[in-house]
Design a protein around this ligand. Structure first.
Ligand code: PGA
Length: 252
């Protein structure tokens, strides 16, 4: 792996105070694993407690609103999650795009706000099964990314892209190594067209049914710089083997 791998967990709508021990467990175990950047994106309600329980460990939010502030009942802003102690946020997860109708323009606005706030940002893209079956996945994801990326005048050093095929999320299905490699190459092309040399620092993560059992194979694919992990990030016994696989890949 050319870059220091980044493995981020996405807890989704799971986790209360009772699960804080899982975060401290991962935080302590990863302290000595310098080869990998590790983060957990927890529910907004847990951010402050997670940061207090695991100082120095990278705690993230799962989303922010696309406006900086205002009358948006129930939403949280980039500045709010930062104030709570988050150092990063996910934007554009397919569960928000699909279930809540979030648009590329909104995702782009979120990414701009997150980067402006100094948050590391994981911007998610990915195609549905229907799109994959039409053979248009590369074009679809390339266009989706292009429309979701903020304009940058300087290198967007806080940005990672997560390629997450919707049909692979939580299903146990994973695209072939060739399909992942081709998609990551397309994403890299779009990044280079948009940011020139600034694209070099941007990691491209794979997400969708990453587990301890398939992580080494995924990290061996050309162009994969890490993983965004849902279900397998909830329990340290499932998550740590993925981190170790990334550390092993980084040493190769
Ligand atoms: P999964 O989710 O690892 O449970 O498939 C990935 C994601 O949605 O980020």
């Amino acid at each position: 792996m050319a870059k220091r791998p980044f493995v981020a967990g996405n807890w989704k709508m799971h986790g209360t105070r009772a699960e804080l021990g899982n975060i401290t467990h991962v935080s302590i175990e990863t302290e000595t694993i310098d080869e990998v950047l590790v983060a957990l994106c927890v529910p907004a309600t847990l951010i402050t407690r997670a940061v207090a329980a695991s100082p120095g460990f990278l705690i993230g939010a799962q989303d922010i609103h696309h406006e900086p502030k205002g009358a948006f009942t129930g939403s949280v802003s980039a500045q709010m999650v930062k104030d709570a102690g988050a150092k990063l946020t996910i934007v554009g997860h397919s569960e928000r795009r699909e279930l809540l109708g979030e648009t590329n323009a909104q995702v782009r606005a979120k990414a701009e706000l997150a980067i402006d706030a100094g948050l590391k940002t994981i911007l998610c893209v990915g195609e549905s099964l229907a799109v994959r079956e039409t053979g248009q996945a590369l074009n679809f994801v390339g266009d989706q990314l292009d429309a979701s990326l903020p304009d940058m005048v300087t290198a967007p050093i806080h940005l990672s892209i997560a390629y997450e095929p919707i049909w692979a999320i939580g299903t146990g299905k994973v695209p072939s190594a060739g399909d992942i490699e081709a998609m990551h190459a397309r994403i890299r092309e779009v990044l280079e067209r948009r940011y020139g040399e600034g694209a070099a620092s941007i990691r491209i993560l794979y997400g969708g049914s990453v587990k301890g059992s398939n992580a080494a194979d995924i990290f061996a694919i050309d162009g994969v710089d890490g993983a965004l992990v849902g279900g397998a990030s909830l329990a340290p016994d499932d998550f740590m083997p993925i981190v170790h696989a990334a550390a092993a890949a980084a040493k190769d």
